[in-house]
Ligand binder design. Structure first.
Ligand code: HEC
Ligand code: HEC
Ligand code: HEC
Ligand code: HEC
Ligand code: HEC
Ligand code: HEC
Ligand code: HEC
Ligand code: HEC
Ligand code: HEC
Ligand code: HEC
Length: 278
């Protein structure tokens, strides 16, 4: 609404306000000083919002009106009326262009969940100051995420987990909060192998599920099973394989069933052995 009104207001102001001001000046010369209209601008904001005058903000964020939509009443009557908080549209007016295509806000999970930029970005004061991260050594970005995604934090305390709370990696090592689900996790496997280079293909003898999606066997956050496995051994393997063949004894014995990777250690694919032993 204000976006439409603003140009109209500006046009109106040029037509009437300027002559009006001239008139006021003329009057002022004649009689007692009349009350000058409060100019709509940053300086006007700072006369009342004193802390913001000296506030340490990004130099590019010093123009109040780039984000806040003013209402004449607010200025004239000091705090009355509504002073709209910025919406994603206000922010994207600048950020869609200077963020190298990273900002696919329109398609993000967070937009679909009706979040706005200001749910995460405080601008005047960082959001995560409010969060008590206790003894965690987690970085501030992760602390922010955890303030909403508590279930993920719970997984990160399971016996086997990615060391996010310990500060070794961050939620944003794997997720981009501004991007769509698919884009932020583009090829989930790629995400994983950028750190776990030793698992990276191509392998002469691929293990089909490892080449397809690491999450078939691993939980990305945490698991009660060792090595972040979705299921305990050997159930993880027996979901897809049977060990009924002669190669494992007939019937298969405890040793075979305890841990398949004791023998098939090249579970992520092998350069030399089709049965993934090494
Ligand atoms: C880059 C965008 C941006 C700019 C520029 C900006 N603000 Fe804000 N402002 C915000 C956001 C976002 C919030 C809401 C903060 C929140 O939700 O925690 C806010 C909130 C406020 C509040 C409410 C109290 C508070 O601190 O949360 C006041 C007052 C305020 N801004 C004044 C100003 C003044 C005065 C200026 C110019 C000096 C200014 N703002 C410039 C984005 C901006
Ligand atoms: C004449 C004094 C005065 C001027 C000028 C003024 N404000 Fe305010 N503003 C106030 C008061 C008083 C409040 C309400 C008390 C508070 O929360 O600080 C307020 C509240 C706000 C809020 C919070 C609104 C909310 O819903 O919580 C924002 C944002 C804000 N002002 C931005 C601005 C901006 C941007 C300008 C410049 C265009 C401006 N103000 C100019 C006095 C003023
Ligand atoms: C008038 C244009 C403009 C508007 C409007 C604007 N920004 Fe910015 N912002 C910039 C520029 C320019 C930079 C510095 C270059 C960069 O980091 O992209 C910046 C930097 C940032 C940064 C990085 C700050 C840092 O210290 O590294 C964040 C986060 C940010 N903006 C968020 C927002 C949010 C959220 C909004 C809306 C509430 C917003 N911006 C509105 C122009 C703008
Ligand atoms: C779910 C939380 C969240 C939301 C919502 C969010 N951001 Fe961010 N934003 C972050 C985090 C966390 C970072 C730091 C990312 C990093 O360091 O990799 C960040 C970084 C940024 C930066 C710094 C430059 C960059 O891209 O790394 C800008 C600019 C920015 N955000 C703008 C925005 C704008 C504009 C919106 C709304 C359209 C928005 N953000 C919505 C969490 C969020
Ligand atoms: C203000 C609360 C809030 C913050 C902060 C927040 N999120 Fe979210 N996030 C949500 C909501 C709400 C959804 C919608 C789906 C849901 O309820 O899980 C969501 C969805 C997601 C999804 C997609 C979930 C799915 O089911 O596919 C991911 C991934 C995600 N967030 C990661 C992050 C990361 C990483 C951060 C920190 C940079 C973060 N979020 C910060 C509220 C938040
Ligand atoms: C090691 C990479 C990695 C890290 C670190 C990570 N995630 Fe994830 N996350 C993923 C992957 C991959 C998926 C998709 C899982 C799937 O599709 O089965 C995911 C899924 C999610 C989901 C959607 C549903 C769910 O709960 O599984 C949310 C929400 C989420 N992550 C939030 C977070 C938050 C918050 C943090 C930090 C506390 C975080 N993630 C840290 C890789 C990671
Ligand atoms: C930003 C780097 C990074 C990314 C991306 C990453 N990891 Fe990790 N991963 C680590 C670190 C650090 C450890 C802990 C190593 C240690 O404790 O020695 C780890 C440990 C593991 C472990 C062993 C856990 C244990 O209990 O020993 C598994 C399994 C694992 N990651 C799988 C994955 C999967 C699957 C993905 C993709 C969703 C992934 N990783 C993405 C850094 C990363
Ligand atoms: C077929 C199931 C399966 C798939 C798919 C799989 N893994 Fe594993 N992964 C395992 C098992 C089982 C272990 C435990 C090996 C052991 O007992 O030491 C493991 C261990 C690991 C470890 C810790 C030990 C090491 O080798 O460094 C990392 C890291 C790892 N996997 C990463 C990945 C990544 C990255 C992917 C996707 C490219 C992936 N895994 C796909 C089953 C799988
Ligand atoms: C999601 C299903 C799935 C899971 C879980 C799985 N595999 Fe596989 N595995 C396959 C497929 C598909 C092949 C290729 C079969 C083929 O080419 O005939 C394969 C091939 C193999 C081979 C090579 C021998 C052959 O028949 O080609 C071995 C050994 C093997 N897997 C062991 C394991 C072990 C050990 C685990 C548990 C850590 C495991 N697999 C988990 C699907 C799975
Ligand atoms: C004591 C070592 C050992 C253990 C433990 C073991 N295997 Fe094997 N596995 C072998 C040997 C040896 C072969 C035959 C290799 C060859 O032909 O060179 C084989 C072959 C296979 C094959 C390919 C032939 C076939 O039967 O289709 C699959 C699949 C397989 N094992 C899955 C598993 C699974 C699943 C487990 C865990 C339940 C497991 N293995 C545990 C030694 C083992």
């Amino acid at each position: 609404m204000m976006r439409v009104l603003l140009p109209i207001l500006t046009a109106w102001a040029t037509l009437f306000l300027i002559p009006a001001t001239a008139q006021v000046q003329a009057q002022a010369q004649e009689s007692a000083p009349a009350q000058a209209p409060v100019p709509i601008g940053n300086e006007a904001c700072k006369t009342c919002h004193v802390p913001y005058a000296s506030h340490k903000v990004n130099i590019y964020h010093s123009d109040c009106l780039a984000c806040h939509t003013p209402e004449a009443k607010h200025l004239a009557e000091g705090g009355k009326g509504t002073m709209a908080f910025p919406t994603a549209d206000n922010c994207l007016a600048c950020h869609q262009h200077n963020d190298q295509g990273r900002m696919n806000w329109a398609f993000t999970e967070h937009k679909k969940a009706r979040l706005d930029c200001r749910n995460c970005h405080g601008i005047h004061s960082p959001k995560i100051k409010e969060i008590n991260i206790g003894m965690w050594k987690t970085d501030r970005n992760s602390a922010l995420c955890i303030s909403c995604h508590k279930d993920v934090a719970a997984r990160l305390t399971m016996p086997s987990h990615h060391p996010v709370l310990e500060g070794a990696l961050s939620c944003v090592s794997c997720h981009d909060p501004h991007n769509s689900k698919t884009a932020s996790l583009v090829s989930k496997t790629e995400q994983c192998t950028k750190c776990h280079q030793n698992v990276r293909g191509p392998k002469v003898f691929e293990h089909a599920p490892a080449a397809e999606d690491c999450m078939i066997c691993h939980n990305p956050h945490g698991s009660p099973n060792r090595r972040l496995l979705q299921l305990a051994q050997p159930m993880q393997c027996l979901q897809c394989h049977s060990v009924a063949s002669n190669m494992h004894g007939n019937p298969p014995r405890g040793a075979q069933l305890r841990g398949c990777t004791n023998c098939h250690s090249a579970v992520h694919g092998s350069q030399s052995d089709p049965t993934l032993k090494y």
